[in-house]
Design a binder for this molecule. Structure first.
Ligand code: 9WO
Length: 234
């Protein structure tokens, strides 16, 4: 699978892609990542990428022409394939594991990172297939969100994770928050590991873990609990 990232801040991606699971996936030949500077698609002496919004108000918008030229160049680099064009924005649909799964079935993704107040809406309507938000907060641009999407999708590609980690992707408690975990020592800071986990009784352990997963999900994420199909008081 290929990722093409279009950004005004290409340097932001270096350390993350140099050290993460994404690096391992690139080394294994499972993914390729291209990073392209939208400013390279300007034509004027000042390499201008922003302009004033119609209607006035604070802030600037990205000029449409360099963005569309960068998109066309990305498509051209993968002629014959039709990557999904994704715009990272607080107005997008909320990213989750299901969307990561859907995206992992694509041949390639172009991740368009906005800056300033964002994109001219005509560019969104003509070119963007999917507008995605990673959460209800505003960042300074789409770059950090693009990194999140690339990592979440890459982890799901066959051959990226080892067997043990792959198994954890779709666990028994899928759809619930995972239960708390403990490691050595048996007593830390005066607090013991829950007795059941030391019992060696795997049926009891599994029961306890499921109970924990259900209780935590009900208390903290009622909307996840409902989607899971949980009842009110079980
Ligand atoms: C900037 C701005 C400046 C002055 C007045 C109002 C303003 N609004 C914004 C703004 O929302 N800028 C966004 C910056 C435009 C799209 C790219 N940017 C962005 C993406 N910020 N946060 C995200 C993002 C993406 C995905 N998930 C969460 C947040």
């Amino acid at each position: 699978m290929f990722f093409e990232i279009l950004t005004l801040f290409p340097g932001m991606f270096e350390s993350v892609f140099a050290e993460s699971i994404v690096r391992r996936a690139i080394d294994k030949g499972v993914v390729s990542v291209g990073i392209d500077n939208i400013r390279d698609y300007t034509g004027d002496r000042h390499r201008t990428v922003d302009d004033y919004p119609y209607g006035g108000g604070p802030g600037m918008l990205m000029k449409p022409e360099p963005v569309v030229k960068a998109l066309d160049a990305a498509r051209k680099r993968h002629a014959g394939l039709s990557p999904k064009i994704i715009f990272l924005s607080p107005r997008g649909e909320l990213f989750n594991h299901g969307i990561a799964r859907e995206l992992s079935a694509e041949q390639g993704l172009v991740l368009l990172c906005g800056r300033y107040k964002g994109l001219d809406q005509r560019v969104v309507e003509k070119h963007v297939d999917r507008e995605i938000s990673i959460g209800d907060y505003v960042l300074s641009g789409g770059e950090l969100a693009a990194m999140v999407v690339v990592e979440a999708v890459t982890r799901l590609l066959p051959g990226v994770l080892g067997n043990e980690d792959s198994a954890a992707v779709d666990s028994f408690f899928d759809g619930l928050l995972s239960p708390p975990e403990y490691t050595r020592p048996e007593i830390f800071d005066g607090v013991s590991v829950p007795e059941v986990l030391l019992s060696g009784n795997h049926a009891r352990i599994r029961e306890w873990q499921e109970r924990q997963a259900r209780d935590i999900t009900m208390a903290r994420r009622p909307e996840l609990w409902r989607r899971y199909g949980g009842e009110k008081d079980i």
